[in-house]
Design a protein around this ligand. Sequence first.
Ligand code: FAD
Length: 391
Amino acid sequence: MERTFDALVVGAGYAGAVCARQLAEQGGKRVLVLERRDHIGGNAYDCLDQAGVLIHQYGPHIFHTNDKRVFDWLSRFTPWLDYQHRVIANIPDNAGGRMTYPVPFNLTSLETAFGPKEGKRLGDKLLAEYGAEQKVTILELRQNADPEIAALADYVYEHVFVHYTMKQWGQKPEEIDPNTTARVPVFLSRDDRYFQDAFQGMPKEGYTPMFERMLDHPNITVELGQDALKRLDVSGDEIRVDGEVFDSPVIYTGQADELFGFQFGPLPYRTLDFRFETLQQDDFQGYGTVNYTVDQDYTRITEFKHLTGQKLPGVTTIVKEYSRAFTGQPGETPYYAIINPENNAKYGQYKALADKFKNLHLLGRLAEYKYYNMDAIAGRALDLAEMLLTK
Ligand code: FAD
């Protein structure tokens, strides 16, 4: 192994693929990438479904960043489709029907929720108080001496935040971290884009072709359907791969608890059940993503054609997302780390075990037990590769 490869990368998602490419290209390292799934791309993987619709197998992924370095680097492997993500809340109205308005809650949402005249009056009040284009948290609104402004905070909490968060995290209202609640924004703008980042878009041909190009390098060998834990041994003082000591860098992007045999117990996660439906119609909901912020068992519905810009008349595919606790059963994917002091402490125990090996590097949303957006983890992978190459 050591004679054939200069680095082992476990996982072919953003963390693994970006790091592998940099080590191979900038450092001339021969890199072996082991991926447990039968495809590359990690959770950003996309593919055509049976109807020919380009779908995101593990939930909708929208690329956005203010990090020019990351955007430029990824742009080597894909052209981009200019896509500005807009999210709509779909909630019951007082007349037995439903209403929709942009989230994050903004001036347009205000006029839909309270009617054009009343909404405009409240909006003008907010603008006079806080200024245009500001993101004001509901904590700030609650602290306002004007009872109408304080009441607006309660409206947004109830109609946009609390039920959605309860569904997503399986929590009761009193269990929701008050700091998270306090940060819920009201955007004093008519800009209804979900993100205001400088660079936003979708890889023009999809994420998977972007990953294919990234990993297409003479120094990179990718093996799919390979559970690295069957070949990687961290039970001794030195890392062994296929039974032999391996002193070169190991970049591990899988679960930290699994790597060490769950010896301090499993790290808790939320998982998602995705229910895909293909419908014989051009358009289902007019938007990429609609959040059900008050009712329904699912959190949101995504219609892929709006994200990918794919032109395919007469057919569309949507996905409904149901959030629940991760139990570790085969076929389940851990999606979101449940960050709290207790779980962080448990993660710290696994990290301490990893730190005993000078050549073992935990990287990515699973290995670091953190939520990272795609741009953030790509940036961390670039940093790690640079550190390894200058060491
Ligand atoms: P992953 O993508 O999970 O890749 C890890 C890889 O390691 C996997 O392929 C896994 O199979 C492999 N692996 C694990 N263990 C082993 C093993 N033992 N042997 C071999 N291989 C192994 N970010 C955004 O920027 N925008 C979005 O819109 C967005 N939407 C998201 C929606 C959802 C539902 C979720 C869950 C996340 C979203 N993200 C989004 C975050 C994004 O998915 C992550 O930033 C990204 O996937 C992190 O990449 P990673 O390489 O760390 O992890």
